[in-house]
Design a protein around this ligand. Sequence first.
Ligand SMILES: Cc1cc2nc3c(=O)[nH]c(=O)nc-3n(C[C@H](O)[C@H](O)[C@H](O)COP(=O)(O)OP(=O)(O)OC[C@H]3O[C@@H](n4cnc5c(N)ncnc54)[C@H](O)[C@@H]3O)c2cc1C
Length: 428
Amino acid sequence: MKTHREVIVIGAGMAGLLSAYFLKEEGKDVLVLEAKEVASGQTGRTTAKITSQHGLKYSKLLKDVGEKKARLYVRANEAAIEAFARLVQTKKIDCDFARVTSYLYSEKDMEKLKEELEAATFLGIEAFWTKETELPFTVAGAVGFRNQAQFCAMDFVRHIRKELEILEHTMVTKVCGKKVYTKDAVYTADNIVVATHYPMRNVPGFYFLREHQERSYVLELSGCEKINGMYYGIDEDGHSFRQAGEHILLGGGSGRTGEHVCGVAFHELEMAAEKYYPDCKVESRWAAQDCMPHDGIPFIGKYSMFTPHLYVATGFQKWGMTTSMVAAMILRDKICGRKNPFEALYRPQRLNFRAGTANFLHDVGKSIKGLTKGWFGPKDLRCSHMGCGLEWNPDEKSWDCPCHGSRFDENGKLLDNPAKKDKNIRRV
Ligand SMILES: Cc1cc2nc3c(=O)[nH]c(=O)nc-3n(C[C@H](O)[C@H](O)[C@H](O)COP(=O)(O)OP(=O)(O)OC[C@H]3O[C@@H](n4cnc5c(N)ncnc54)[C@H](O)[C@@H]3O)c2cc1C
Protein backbone atom coordinates (compact mmCIF):
# COMPACT_ATOMS: atom_id res chain seq x y z
CA MET A 1 0.00 0.00 0.00
CA LYS A 2 1.43 3.37 -1.07
CA THR A 3 1.67 5.79 1.85
CA HIS A 4 1.88 8.98 -0.24
CA ARG A 5 -1.12 10.20 -2.28
CA GLU A 6 -2.02 13.32 -4.19
CA VAL A 7 -5.25 13.53 -2.18
CA ILE A 8 -6.48 11.81 0.96
CA VAL A 9 -10.18 12.15 1.71
CA ILE A 10 -11.19 11.42 5.31
CA GLY A 11 -14.75 10.10 5.57
CA ALA A 12 -16.75 8.01 3.09
CA GLY A 13 -20.14 9.69 3.33
CA MET A 14 -21.77 11.45 0.40
CA ALA A 15 -19.44 14.47 0.67
CA GLY A 16 -16.23 12.45 0.86
CA LEU A 17 -17.23 9.96 -1.84
CA LEU A 18 -18.33 12.59 -4.35
CA SER A 19 -15.22 14.69 -3.69
CA ALA A 20 -12.99 11.65 -4.17
CA TYR A 21 -14.91 10.62 -7.29
CA PHE A 22 -14.54 14.01 -9.00
CA LEU A 23 -10.87 14.28 -8.07
CA LYS A 24 -10.26 10.79 -9.45
CA GLU A 25 -11.99 11.85 -12.67
CA GLU A 26 -9.42 14.67 -12.87
CA GLY A 27 -6.69 12.05 -12.79
CA LYS A 28 -5.68 12.53 -9.15
CA ASP A 29 -4.33 9.65 -7.08
CA VAL A 30 -6.94 9.58 -4.29
CA LEU A 31 -7.29 7.43 -1.17
CA VAL A 32 -10.39 7.52 1.04
CA LEU A 33 -10.00 6.63 4.74
CA GLU A 34 -13.20 5.66 6.54
CA ALA A 35 -13.52 4.97 10.29
CA LYS A 36 -16.37 2.47 9.89
CA GLU A 37 -17.96 1.38 6.59
CA VAL A 38 -18.84 3.36 3.48
CA ALA A 39 -21.97 5.48 4.08
CA SER A 40 -22.35 4.17 7.62
CA GLY A 41 -22.68 7.76 8.91
CA GLN A 42 -25.55 10.15 8.22
CA THR A 43 -25.57 9.34 4.50
CA GLY A 44 -26.86 5.87 5.28
CA ARG A 45 -29.86 7.38 7.09
CA THR A 46 -30.80 10.23 4.79
CA THR A 47 -34.20 10.61 3.16
CA ALA A 48 -32.29 11.55 0.00
CA LYS A 49 -34.30 14.42 -1.43
CA ILE A 50 -32.17 16.22 -3.99
CA THR A 51 -33.51 19.74 -3.92
CA SER A 52 -32.69 23.41 -3.78
CA GLN A 53 -35.77 23.85 -1.58
CA HIS A 54 -34.12 23.98 1.83
CA GLY A 55 -37.03 24.95 4.09
CA LEU A 56 -37.79 28.66 4.41
CA LYS A 57 -34.37 29.43 3.01
CA TYR A 58 -34.60 32.18 0.49
CA SER A 59 -36.63 34.77 2.39
CA LYS A 60 -34.08 34.40 5.21
CA LEU A 61 -31.01 34.50 2.98
CA LEU A 62 -32.25 37.66 1.26
CA LYS A 63 -32.61 39.36 4.64
CA ASP A 64 -29.43 37.97 6.16
CA VAL A 65 -26.82 37.94 3.43
CA GLY A 66 -28.37 39.86 0.53
CA GLU A 67 -29.38 39.19 -3.04
CA LYS A 68 -25.97 38.37 -4.50
CA LYS A 69 -25.22 35.56 -2.07
CA ALA A 70 -28.80 34.29 -2.13
CA ARG A 71 -28.60 34.00 -5.93
CA LEU A 72 -25.33 32.09 -5.64
CA TYR A 73 -26.95 29.70 -3.15
CA VAL A 74 -29.77 29.02 -5.62
CA ARG A 75 -27.38 28.49 -8.53
CA ALA A 76 -25.08 26.20 -6.54
CA ASN A 77 -27.92 23.92 -5.48
CA GLU A 78 -29.60 23.90 -8.88
CA ALA A 79 -26.21 23.03 -10.40
CA ALA A 80 -25.95 20.19 -7.88
CA ILE A 81 -29.32 18.73 -8.94
CA GLU A 82 -28.20 18.83 -12.57
CA ALA A 83 -24.84 17.26 -11.68
CA PHE A 84 -26.63 14.33 -9.99
CA ALA A 85 -28.91 13.91 -13.00
CA ARG A 86 -25.95 13.96 -15.40
CA LEU A 87 -23.93 11.50 -13.35
CA VAL A 88 -26.82 9.08 -12.98
CA GLN A 89 -27.55 9.26 -16.68
CA THR A 90 -24.02 9.08 -18.09
CA LYS A 91 -22.87 6.34 -15.73
CA LYS A 92 -26.22 4.53 -15.94
CA ILE A 93 -26.51 4.38 -12.15
CA ASP A 94 -29.49 2.32 -11.08
CA CYS A 95 -30.63 4.21 -7.97
CA ASP A 96 -34.33 5.05 -8.46
CA PHE A 97 -33.43 8.59 -9.47
CA ALA A 98 -36.64 10.42 -10.33
CA ARG A 99 -37.52 14.01 -11.15
CA VAL A 100 -40.25 15.19 -8.80
CA THR A 101 -41.74 18.40 -7.45
CA SER A 102 -40.71 19.50 -3.98
CA TYR A 103 -43.21 21.29 -1.73
CA LEU A 104 -43.03 23.35 1.41
CA TYR A 105 -46.37 23.24 3.14
CA SER A 106 -48.07 24.69 6.18
CA GLU A 107 -51.35 23.84 7.87
CA LYS A 108 -51.66 27.35 9.29
CA ASP A 109 -49.06 29.89 8.16
CA MET A 110 -49.72 31.29 4.70
CA GLU A 111 -47.71 34.43 5.35
CA LYS A 112 -44.30 32.80 5.71
CA LEU A 113 -44.96 30.59 2.69
CA LYS A 114 -46.04 33.54 0.56
CA GLU A 115 -42.88 35.37 1.58
CA GLU A 116 -40.80 32.35 0.59
CA LEU A 117 -42.60 32.09 -2.75
CA GLU A 118 -41.89 35.75 -3.43
CA ALA A 119 -38.22 35.38 -2.47
CA ALA A 120 -37.74 32.22 -4.55
CA THR A 121 -39.44 33.78 -7.58
CA PHE A 122 -37.35 36.94 -7.21
CA LEU A 123 -34.22 34.77 -7.22
CA GLY A 124 -35.23 33.10 -10.46
CA ILE A 125 -36.66 29.82 -9.17
CA GLU A 126 -39.69 28.47 -11.01
CA ALA A 127 -41.80 28.34 -7.86
CA PHE A 128 -45.58 28.13 -7.69
CA TRP A 129 -48.40 28.33 -5.16
CA THR A 130 -50.98 25.62 -4.59
CA LYS A 131 -53.48 24.40 -2.03
CA GLU A 132 -53.86 21.02 -3.71
CA THR A 133 -51.43 18.41 -2.42
CA GLU A 134 -51.36 14.62 -2.12
CA LEU A 135 -51.01 14.88 1.66
CA PRO A 136 -53.64 13.14 3.80
CA PHE A 137 -54.77 16.45 5.35
CA THR A 138 -55.73 19.93 4.21
CA VAL A 139 -52.98 22.52 3.98
CA ALA A 140 -53.25 26.30 4.23
CA GLY A 141 -50.93 26.45 1.25
CA ALA A 142 -47.84 24.99 -0.35
CA VAL A 143 -44.92 26.34 -2.40
CA GLY A 144 -43.73 24.00 -5.13
CA PHE A 145 -40.34 23.86 -6.89
CA ARG A 146 -40.54 21.83 -10.11
CA ASN A 147 -37.85 19.56 -11.49
CA GLN A 148 -36.24 18.55 -8.22
CA ALA A 149 -35.27 14.91 -7.61
CA GLN A 150 -35.13 11.96 -5.24
CA PHE A 151 -33.08 8.77 -5.30
CA CYS A 152 -31.81 5.90 -3.22
CA ALA A 153 -28.59 7.27 -1.77
CA MET A 154 -27.26 3.80 -0.86
CA ASP A 155 -27.70 2.44 -4.40
CA PHE A 156 -25.97 5.54 -5.74
CA VAL A 157 -23.09 5.13 -3.28
CA ARG A 158 -22.76 1.41 -4.08
CA HIS A 159 -22.07 2.39 -7.66
CA ILE A 160 -19.60 5.25 -7.22
CA ARG A 161 -17.57 3.49 -4.53
CA LYS A 162 -16.58 0.83 -7.10
CA GLU A 163 -14.33 3.35 -8.81
CA LEU A 164 -12.58 4.47 -5.62
CA GLU A 165 -9.80 3.17 -3.42
CA ILE A 166 -11.26 3.11 0.09
CA LEU A 167 -9.85 1.80 3.35
CA GLU A 168 -12.71 1.00 5.69
CA HIS A 169 -12.35 0.53 9.47
CA THR A 170 -9.53 3.05 9.38
CA MET A 171 -10.13 5.90 11.76
CA VAL A 172 -7.93 8.93 11.31
CA THR A 173 -6.70 9.94 14.74
CA LYS A 174 -4.73 13.03 13.82
CA VAL A 175 -3.93 15.29 10.89
CA CYS A 176 -0.76 17.33 11.15
CA GLY A 177 0.61 19.29 8.17
CA LYS A 178 0.55 16.88 5.26
CA LYS A 179 0.52 13.82 7.54
CA VAL A 180 -2.55 11.74 8.25
CA TYR A 181 -2.30 9.39 11.25
CA THR A 182 -4.30 6.21 11.73
CA LYS A 183 -3.79 3.54 14.39
CA ASP A 184 -1.66 1.42 12.06
CA ALA A 185 -0.04 3.80 9.58
CA VAL A 186 0.97 7.34 8.76
CA TYR A 187 0.05 8.59 5.29
CA THR A 188 1.12 11.75 3.53
CA ALA A 189 -0.79 13.69 0.91
CA ASP A 190 -0.41 16.88 -1.12
CA ASN A 191 -3.99 17.76 -0.20
CA ILE A 192 -6.29 16.44 2.51
CA VAL A 193 -10.10 16.68 2.58
CA VAL A 194 -11.87 16.39 5.93
CA ALA A 195 -15.34 15.05 5.07
CA THR A 196 -16.05 13.55 8.49
CA HIS A 197 -19.48 15.21 8.83
CA TYR A 198 -18.43 17.11 11.98
CA PRO A 199 -14.82 18.31 11.45
CA MET A 200 -12.38 16.12 13.33
CA ARG A 201 -9.90 18.84 14.37
CA ASN A 202 -10.89 21.51 16.90
CA VAL A 203 -7.94 23.85 16.33
CA PRO A 204 -7.47 25.59 13.98
CA GLY A 205 -10.84 26.02 12.30
CA PHE A 206 -12.83 26.22 15.56
CA TYR A 207 -15.86 24.52 14.01
CA PHE A 208 -16.97 23.47 17.49
CA LEU A 209 -17.81 27.15 18.04
CA ARG A 210 -19.50 27.58 14.70
CA GLU A 211 -22.05 24.80 14.40
CA HIS A 212 -24.11 22.39 16.48
CA GLN A 213 -25.92 19.18 15.57
CA GLU A 214 -29.64 18.53 15.27
CA ARG A 215 -31.27 15.13 15.25
CA SER A 216 -34.41 14.08 13.35
CA TYR A 217 -36.48 10.90 13.31
CA VAL A 218 -37.80 8.86 10.40
CA LEU A 219 -40.43 6.11 9.99
CA GLU A 220 -40.68 3.92 6.92
CA LEU A 221 -44.38 3.16 6.39
CA SER A 222 -46.20 0.61 4.27
CA GLY A 223 -49.90 0.58 3.45
CA CYS A 224 -50.13 4.31 2.60
CA GLU A 225 -51.54 5.89 -0.51
CA LYS A 226 -48.71 6.70 -2.93
CA ILE A 227 -47.45 10.26 -3.38
CA ASN A 228 -45.43 11.68 -6.24
CA GLY A 229 -44.02 14.84 -4.69
CA MET A 230 -41.64 15.44 -1.78
CA TYR A 231 -43.09 17.46 1.11
CA TYR A 232 -41.59 19.43 3.97
CA GLY A 233 -43.75 21.03 6.69
CA ILE A 234 -42.67 24.44 7.97
CA ASP A 235 -44.88 24.41 11.10
CA GLU A 236 -43.26 23.56 14.41
CA ASP A 237 -44.90 20.13 14.35
CA GLY A 238 -44.59 19.75 10.56
CA HIS A 239 -43.40 16.57 8.88
CA SER A 240 -41.40 15.47 5.89
CA PHE A 241 -42.90 13.01 3.36
CA ARG A 242 -41.50 11.23 0.33
CA GLN A 243 -42.27 8.06 -1.54
CA ALA A 244 -39.52 5.41 -1.51
CA GLY A 245 -40.56 2.43 -3.61
CA GLU A 246 -43.78 1.08 -2.11
CA HIS A 247 -43.19 2.89 1.18
CA ILE A 248 -43.47 6.42 2.51
CA LEU A 249 -40.69 7.97 4.55
CA LEU A 250 -42.21 10.15 7.26
CA GLY A 251 -39.75 12.42 9.08
CA GLY A 252 -40.05 14.78 12.01
CA GLY A 253 -39.26 15.42 15.66
CA SER A 254 -36.28 17.62 14.91
CA GLY A 255 -34.28 18.98 17.81
CA ARG A 256 -30.80 19.68 19.12
CA THR A 257 -28.84 16.49 19.78
CA GLY A 258 -28.70 15.85 23.52
CA GLU A 259 -32.01 17.52 24.20
CA HIS A 260 -34.34 14.61 23.42
CA VAL A 261 -34.56 13.76 27.10
CA CYS A 262 -38.32 13.02 27.24
CA GLY A 263 -38.17 9.96 25.00
CA VAL A 264 -41.22 10.74 22.89
CA ALA A 265 -39.70 11.41 19.45
CA PHE A 266 -40.58 8.06 17.87
CA HIS A 267 -43.86 7.87 19.77
CA GLU A 268 -44.98 11.27 18.42
CA LEU A 269 -44.04 10.26 14.92
CA GLU A 270 -45.98 7.01 15.25
CA MET A 271 -49.03 8.94 16.46
CA ALA A 272 -48.75 11.22 13.44
CA ALA A 273 -48.41 8.19 11.13
CA GLU A 274 -51.53 6.64 12.61
CA LYS A 275 -53.46 9.89 12.22
CA TYR A 276 -52.39 10.40 8.59
CA TYR A 277 -52.52 6.78 7.46
CA PRO A 278 -54.72 4.71 9.84
CA ASP A 279 -53.97 1.45 7.97
CA CYS A 280 -50.23 1.92 7.75
CA LYS A 281 -47.57 -0.34 9.25
CA VAL A 282 -44.19 0.85 10.53
CA GLU A 283 -41.60 -1.18 8.60
CA SER A 284 -38.53 0.44 10.12
CA ARG A 285 -37.42 3.48 12.07
CA TRP A 286 -34.21 5.40 12.50
CA ALA A 287 -32.74 8.74 13.43
CA ALA A 288 -29.92 10.82 12.04
CA GLN A 289 -28.31 14.17 12.69
CA ASP A 290 -26.71 17.01 10.83
CA CYS A 291 -24.51 20.02 11.49
CA MET A 292 -26.22 23.41 11.67
CA PRO A 293 -23.92 26.38 10.86
CA HIS A 294 -24.63 29.70 12.57
CA ASP A 295 -25.26 31.76 9.49
CA GLY A 296 -27.26 29.12 7.59
CA ILE A 297 -24.56 28.49 4.98
CA PRO A 298 -22.40 25.35 4.95
CA PHE A 299 -18.61 25.52 5.35
CA ILE A 300 -16.80 24.30 2.24
CA GLY A 301 -13.20 25.14 1.36
CA LYS A 302 -9.92 25.68 3.23
CA TYR A 303 -10.09 24.25 6.75
CA SER A 304 -8.39 27.37 8.12
CA MET A 305 -6.11 30.19 7.05
CA PHE A 306 -3.16 28.35 8.58
CA THR A 307 -3.61 25.00 6.85
CA PRO A 308 -3.09 25.55 3.10
CA HIS A 309 -3.45 21.90 2.08
CA LEU A 310 -6.35 20.99 4.32
CA TYR A 311 -9.99 21.29 3.16
CA VAL A 312 -13.34 20.81 4.86
CA ALA A 313 -17.01 20.22 3.98
CA THR A 314 -19.50 20.49 6.83
CA GLY A 315 -22.62 22.29 8.09
CA PHE A 316 -25.07 20.78 5.61
CA GLN A 317 -28.16 21.65 7.74
CA LYS A 318 -30.06 18.49 6.66
CA TRP A 319 -29.66 19.27 2.98
CA GLY A 320 -26.50 17.29 2.44
CA MET A 321 -27.35 15.67 -0.88
CA THR A 322 -27.15 18.82 -2.99
CA THR A 323 -24.61 20.30 -0.57
CA SER A 324 -22.29 17.27 -0.85
CA MET A 325 -22.40 17.75 -4.60
CA VAL A 326 -21.65 21.47 -4.24
CA ALA A 327 -18.78 20.57 -1.89
CA ALA A 328 -17.36 18.03 -4.33
CA MET A 329 -17.43 20.56 -7.17
CA ILE A 330 -15.82 23.33 -5.10
CA LEU A 331 -13.13 21.09 -3.58
CA ARG A 332 -12.30 19.51 -6.94
CA ASP A 333 -11.80 22.95 -8.47
CA LYS A 334 -9.77 24.29 -5.56
CA ILE A 335 -7.47 21.26 -5.47
CA CYS A 336 -7.07 21.37 -9.25
CA GLY A 337 -6.20 25.09 -9.07
CA ARG A 338 -9.38 26.36 -10.72
CA LYS A 339 -11.73 29.10 -9.60
CA ASN A 340 -15.21 27.97 -8.64
CA PRO A 341 -18.11 30.45 -8.85
CA PHE A 342 -19.51 29.34 -5.49
CA GLU A 343 -16.36 29.18 -3.36
CA ALA A 344 -16.70 32.67 -1.84
CA LEU A 345 -20.25 31.97 -0.63
CA TYR A 346 -19.22 28.81 1.21
CA ARG A 347 -15.73 29.97 2.31
CA PRO A 348 -15.34 28.75 5.90
CA GLN A 349 -13.46 31.91 6.93
CA ARG A 350 -16.34 34.28 6.02
CA LEU A 351 -18.04 36.40 8.65
CA ASN A 352 -21.78 36.96 8.29
CA PHE A 353 -22.42 38.89 11.49
CA ARG A 354 -26.07 39.66 10.89
CA ALA A 355 -26.98 36.06 10.14
CA GLY A 356 -24.69 34.34 12.61
CA THR A 357 -24.28 36.32 15.83
CA ALA A 358 -27.47 35.37 17.68
CA ASN A 359 -27.02 31.67 16.90
CA PHE A 360 -23.35 31.86 17.86
CA LEU A 361 -24.20 33.35 21.27
CA HIS A 362 -26.96 30.78 21.77
CA ASP A 363 -24.51 27.95 21.07
CA VAL A 364 -21.85 29.45 23.33
CA GLY A 365 -24.46 29.50 26.12
CA LYS A 366 -25.29 25.84 25.46
CA SER A 367 -21.59 24.92 25.51
CA ILE A 368 -20.98 26.73 28.80
CA LYS A 369 -23.96 24.90 30.32
CA GLY A 370 -22.77 21.55 28.94
CA LEU A 371 -19.17 22.08 30.05
CA THR A 372 -20.28 23.12 33.53
CA LYS A 373 -22.40 20.00 33.79
CA GLY A 374 -19.41 17.95 32.62
CA TRP A 375 -16.99 19.49 35.12
CA PHE A 376 -19.30 19.14 38.12
CA GLY A 377 -21.08 15.95 37.04
CA PRO A 378 -19.98 12.30 37.10
CA LYS A 379 -16.67 11.70 35.33
CA ASP A 380 -17.91 8.78 33.23
CA LEU A 381 -20.57 11.07 31.69
CA ARG A 382 -18.06 13.61 30.37
CA CYS A 383 -17.91 13.60 26.57
CA SER A 384 -14.55 12.44 25.25
CA HIS A 385 -14.59 15.35 22.77
CA MET A 386 -14.40 18.41 25.04
CA GLY A 387 -15.76 17.23 28.37
CA CYS A 388 -19.39 18.39 28.18
CA GLY A 389 -21.94 16.50 30.30
CA LEU A 390 -23.73 13.78 28.34
CA GLU A 391 -27.54 13.48 28.39
CA TRP A 392 -29.53 10.23 28.21
CA ASN A 393 -31.59 9.80 25.05
CA PRO A 394 -34.37 7.35 25.95
CA ASP A 395 -35.60 7.05 22.34
CA GLU A 396 -32.34 5.58 21.15
CA LYS A 397 -30.80 4.38 24.43
CA SER A 398 -27.73 6.51 23.90
CA TRP A 399 -25.71 9.18 25.72
CA ASP A 400 -25.72 12.37 23.65
CA CYS A 401 -23.71 15.58 23.95
CA PRO A 402 -25.90 18.71 23.86
CA CYS A 403 -22.93 20.95 23.00
CA HIS A 404 -21.44 19.40 19.86
CA GLY A 405 -23.54 16.31 19.19
CA SER A 406 -21.20 13.37 19.88
CA ARG A 407 -23.11 10.20 20.83
CA PHE A 408 -22.27 6.98 22.69
CA ASP A 409 -24.23 3.79 23.24
CA GLU A 410 -25.29 2.77 26.74
CA ASN A 411 -21.89 1.22 27.42
CA GLY A 412 -19.96 4.16 26.04
CA LYS A 413 -19.14 2.88 22.54
CA LEU A 414 -18.78 5.84 20.17
CA LEU A 415 -21.74 6.24 17.79
CA ASP A 416 -21.33 9.73 16.31
CA ASN A 417 -18.48 12.23 16.12
CA PRO A 418 -16.85 14.75 16.77
CA ALA A 419 -15.64 12.56 19.67
CA LYS A 420 -13.09 10.01 18.48
CA LYS A 421 -12.86 7.75 21.53
CA ASP A 422 -15.19 5.33 23.31
CA LYS A 423 -16.01 5.91 26.96
CA ASN A 424 -16.48 3.59 29.87
CA ILE A 425 -20.04 4.33 31.03
CA ARG A 426 -21.31 2.37 34.00
CA ARG A 427 -25.02 3.03 34.45
CA VAL A 428 -28.43 2.30 32.97
C1 LIG B 1 -33.20 12.60 9.29
C2 LIG B 1 -32.40 13.26 8.22
C3 LIG B 1 -32.88 13.25 6.92
C4 LIG B 1 -32.14 13.86 5.90
N1 LIG B 1 -32.66 13.89 4.66
C5 LIG B 1 -32.04 14.61 3.70
C6 LIG B 1 -32.62 14.77 2.42
O1 LIG B 1 -33.72 14.31 2.16
N2 LIG B 1 -31.93 15.49 1.50
C7 LIG B 1 -30.73 16.07 1.78
O2 LIG B 1 -30.17 16.75 0.93
N3 LIG B 1 -30.13 15.89 2.98
C8 LIG B 1 -30.76 15.19 3.94
N4 LIG B 1 -30.18 15.03 5.16
C9 LIG B 1 -28.79 15.46 5.37
C10 LIG B 1 -27.78 14.49 4.77
O3 LIG B 1 -28.18 13.16 5.02
C11 LIG B 1 -26.40 14.75 5.38
O4 LIG B 1 -26.11 16.12 5.30
C12 LIG B 1 -25.31 14.01 4.61
O5 LIG B 1 -25.61 12.65 4.53
C13 LIG B 1 -23.97 14.22 5.29
O6 LIG B 1 -23.01 13.57 4.53
P1 LIG B 1 -21.50 13.61 5.01
O7 LIG B 1 -20.70 12.93 3.99
O8 LIG B 1 -21.12 15.02 5.36
O9 LIG B 1 -21.49 12.84 6.42
P2 LIG B 1 -21.55 11.28 6.74
O10 LIG B 1 -22.45 10.55 5.84
O11 LIG B 1 -21.83 11.18 8.20
O12 LIG B 1 -20.08 10.79 6.45
C14 LIG B 1 -18.98 11.08 7.28
C15 LIG B 1 -18.12 9.83 7.35
O13 LIG B 1 -16.90 10.16 8.00
C16 LIG B 1 -16.52 9.07 8.78
N5 LIG B 1 -15.60 9.57 9.81
C17 LIG B 1 -15.86 10.37 10.85
N6 LIG B 1 -14.74 10.62 11.56
C18 LIG B 1 -13.74 9.94 10.95
C19 LIG B 1 -12.36 9.80 11.21
N7 LIG B 1 -11.78 10.39 12.24
N8 LIG B 1 -11.61 9.02 10.38
C20 LIG B 1 -12.20 8.40 9.30
N9 LIG B 1 -13.52 8.51 9.02
C21 LIG B 1 -14.27 9.27 9.82
C22 LIG B 1 -17.83 8.55 9.35
O14 LIG B 1 -17.71 7.20 9.78
C23 LIG B 1 -18.77 8.73 8.17
O15 LIG B 1 -18.88 7.56 7.39
C24 LIG B 1 -30.90 14.46 6.19
C25 LIG B 1 -30.41 14.47 7.50
C26 LIG B 1 -31.16 13.91 8.50
C27 LIG B 1 -30.65 14.02 9.90
